[in-house]
Design a protein around this ligand. Structure first.
Ligand SMILES: [Zn+2]
Length: 167
């Protein structure tokens, strides 16, 4: 199956439905082998004339609902980054800073990830995000899930309670 094509279709429909601010942006999907950047399932990077959503090949096993959750989360990154990144060079260093802060698990990255999850729920993708988190929880050990959660990502309980609050 052509996964890039499958992701692109989901991204296009998400853009149409929930990301009017990104209407004029060019967004590329790039898959990478999971050994390359083994600590992240996906991330966003500013490219010269577009945005790159990088997705690890391990994510091919996600079901459609969880995949929508992941791509909505990544598009929320783009939407937030777009507000601060005005050109490629600035974007390059800004993205580098954010990614390094993620790799070293800093407070900045935890705040960013939390904000991004909350925005995805606000846009109506709480159920999909929940599916993603539950799927990833099933796959990994308790210790690894706790570590993921400590990086700022919402837990299933937090997603549910935030969804209730928004109703
Ligand atoms: Zn993220």
């Amino acid at each position: 199956m052509d996964y890039k094509e499958k992701y692109k279709k989901i991204v296009n429909s998400l853009l149409k439905k929930s990301f009017p601010e990104l209407k004029m942006e060019k967004i590329k999907i790039i898959e990478y082998p999971n050994w390359l950047i083994f600590w992240a399932n996906g991330f966003v990077y500013k490219l010269p004339f577009s945005w790159g959503i990088f997705i690890s090949k391990t994510e091919r096993q996600l079901n459609r609902k969880a995949l929508i959750g992941l791509l909505a989360h990544e598009l929320c990154h783009v939407e937030q980054d777009k507000k601060i990144i005005k050109n490629f060079l600035f974007g390059f260093f800004q993205s580098l800073f954010v990614d390094l802060s993620w790799a070293f698990d800093t407070k900045t990255s935890r705040i960013v990830e939390r904000k991004t999850d909350l925005l995805a729920i606000k846009k109506g993708y709480g159920r999909e995000l929940l599916e993603l988190v539950l799927f990833q929880g099933k796959k990994s050990s308790k210790r690894k899930s706790a570590k993921t959660h400590s990086r700022g990502y919402l837990s299933p309980q937090q997603i549910k309670s935030y969804m209730k609050k928004l109703k």
